[in-house]
Structure formats: C-alpha cells, structure tokens
Ligand binder design. Structure first.
Ligand code: UTP
Length: 299
C-alpha cells in the first residue's frame, strides 16, 4: 500500500485581496494571535504524518524562509535578556519536518505552483495544503489532512477535501459533481469539479476545502491544462482531466475552513483562536460582551 510522506504548500500568490498588508509581507505570514498562518498549516501536515515539505515561494516571500530557519542573533538576545525559555519556542519551528523551498517565478496559478514540485515528489503520491488556509477539525477529530490521507489509504486514489456550504455561497467556490461510493455517504467518486457555478445549476453544495492528496498522474494533467482567466493554470481544470482517466474522490468532512486570504475570514479566525486560548480568551470575551451590550468597560 502506498503511504504519503511528502507535501507541497503553495505560498507564492500575490495576496491582492489583502493589500496593503501583503505589499511587503506574505499573507501566509499573517499572525493568528502569535503564530503565522503557515505555521498552523505546517503543524497540521506534521501532525498528519508528513515529514517532507516543499514550500512554493516567490518574490517578496523571504520572511517565510527566515521564519523556519534558526535566528542566532535573536537567540543571543533572548539569552542575555534572561528569556532562554523562549529559545526553544523559536527554534522548534523549523525542526518538525524537512522543509524545502522552490520559487515560482511568475504567479501563473495554483496548477503551475504544484507543477514545480514534480521533481521533488519523485513519482510518489503527495499531499497539497494551501498555505493561506487553516483547517479546524471538530473537537476530538483527526487533523484535516490526516482525514484526507485516511481516505487515500482506503482508495489508493487522489482525494480532495470538500465541505458543505450554504447553497447561496456555491458561486464563490469550486463545487463537486459526484456519486457516493462504497456505502460511505461522505466519500464521493468525482465526475467533475465545476468552478463557481450559479446557485440554480450547481451540482452540489460541496466546496473544495484546500487540502488534497494526488497520485503522480496529476503532473501530466497539469501539463495538458490550457491557461485560463488571467493566464493562470487552474488546478481544478487539471483535476477534471485526471478524473477522466483515473478515480478521484471527494471527502466531505466536518472540519471548518478559514481562507485567510479573505479579510473577513481572517478576522473570524483570529477572533475564534484568541477566544479559545486561556491567556487571551476570558478577557477578550469580556471585552466583546462590553462592545456588544454597551455595558461597563472591563479593565
Ligand atoms: P489564492 O488564489 O487564494 O492566492 O491561492 P492569491 O493569488 O495570492 O490570492 P489573491 O486573489 O491575489 O488575494 C491559494 C494558495 O495558492 C498560492 C497562494 O499563495 C495561496 O497560498 N498560489 C496561488 C501560488 O503559490 N501561486 C499562484 O500562482 C497562485
């Protein structure tokens, strides 16, 4: 049985929806309380059993490599400031997996970013985690990518994670057209993906959630994909080619998805994560109550 060890994290996009913050800072490095988004994504990969990660970066994304590297000056400073306990915190980040980088010279879309990983993946099946998307599984459930890897191990085929969205939202997403298979209503054999369908013609309300496992055939399909809107090579087009000749499954999971490239989703994610933490949650909740109820300002 094939096991997946490697993952690609595309993080080379321009982040235009988040300007001006992304003018000089990658959106993948925006903090959710005290950790950048990309660190949450890498932790999900590692907690799912991945030990080799290829991050696709681009111009202006040096902060990513610096974050996952040692910083001797900072360590010297922390030691002299009597804050040695923080050294482990900043060192550990890059040690959870083998992290490699490749640069996308032109932002030609997600399909193009993934294509750059062909050589590194060496013909093995591999995972893809969007670098600007945080997945939050329900309490007690496995990490998002682990759920997709379990479905891969069961089917030995490519799998895309999808989540149910209100029907009025389908026109914002890539949506699945497929058939449940093998007695599991949450695992569908994919007929095709429909990009941003109108509500009245959408084949389902199952929207692509930013986590995938692919067999190596996806690379030939990306090569055969024509450039679409804005000259970009769309991953969904390549997946439709893949589904014509190979089984591809959609796993409908319960996990929540935060696309932090979208300002409102980012604000929601920050707020929810801050509310869950012991050091910030209780005081923040008091503050929110005050804001909403117009009561007495908490100190
Ligand atoms: P998005 O389409 O959300 O990113 O890609 P974007 O192009 O930066 O978004 P906007 O519309 O300009 O705000 C999802 C993920 O794929 C990466 C992005 O960095 C993001 O993590 N990506 C996208 C690439 O690596 N290369 C690309 O050419 C496009």
């Amino acid at each position: 049985m094939k096991q997946v060890r490697k993952a690609i994290i595309p993080a080379a996009g321009m982040g235009t929806r988040f300007l001006p913050a992304t003018k000089s800072m990658p959106k993948e490095m925006l903090p959710i309380v005290d950790k950048p988004v990309l660190q949450y994504v890498i932790e999900e990969a590692v907690n799912s059993g991945i030990d080799d990660i290829l991050i696709v970066t681009g111009r202006g994304k040096q902060a990513i490599e610096n974050h996952f590297d040692y910083n001797p000056d900072l360590e010297v400073f922390l030691r002299s400031a009597g804050k040695s306990d923080l050294i482990e915190l900043v060192r550990d980040i890059g040690e959870q997996a083998q992290i490699h980088y490749i640069r996308q010279k032109e932002q030609l879309g997600l399909g193009d970013a993934i294509r750059l990983g062909r050589h590194h993946m060496g013909g093995e099946p591999f995972a893809v985690l969007l670098g600007d998307t945080i997945i939050e599984p329900p309490h007690g459930q496995k990490p998002g990518l682990r759920q997709v890897l379990d479905a891969f191990e069961q089917t030995q085929s490519s799998v895309v994670a999808v989540h149910r969205v209100p029907m009025e939202w389908v026109s914002r997403y890539g949506v699945v057209d497929g058939e449940p298979e093998g007695g599991n209503p949450d695992l569908l054999r994919l007929r095709k993906l429909v990009e941003k369908p109108a509500m009245n013609v959408a084949p389902s309300n199952l929207a692509i959630a930013g986590r995938y496992v692919f067999t190596a055939e996806i690379f030939d399909c990306i090569d055969r994909t024509q450039r679409g809107v804005g000259g970009e090579i769309q991953l969904t087009d390549a997946m439709n080619l893949l589904a014509q000749d190979h089984p591809v499954y959609a796993l409908a999971w319960q996990a929540r998805r935060f696309d932090i490239g979208n300002r409102l989703e980012y604000a929601k994610c920050f707020l929810e994560f801050a509310l869950k933490r012991e050091d910030t949650g209780p005081k923040l909740l008091e503050h929110l109550k005050w804001l909403l109820e117009d009561g007495e300002q908490p100190v």
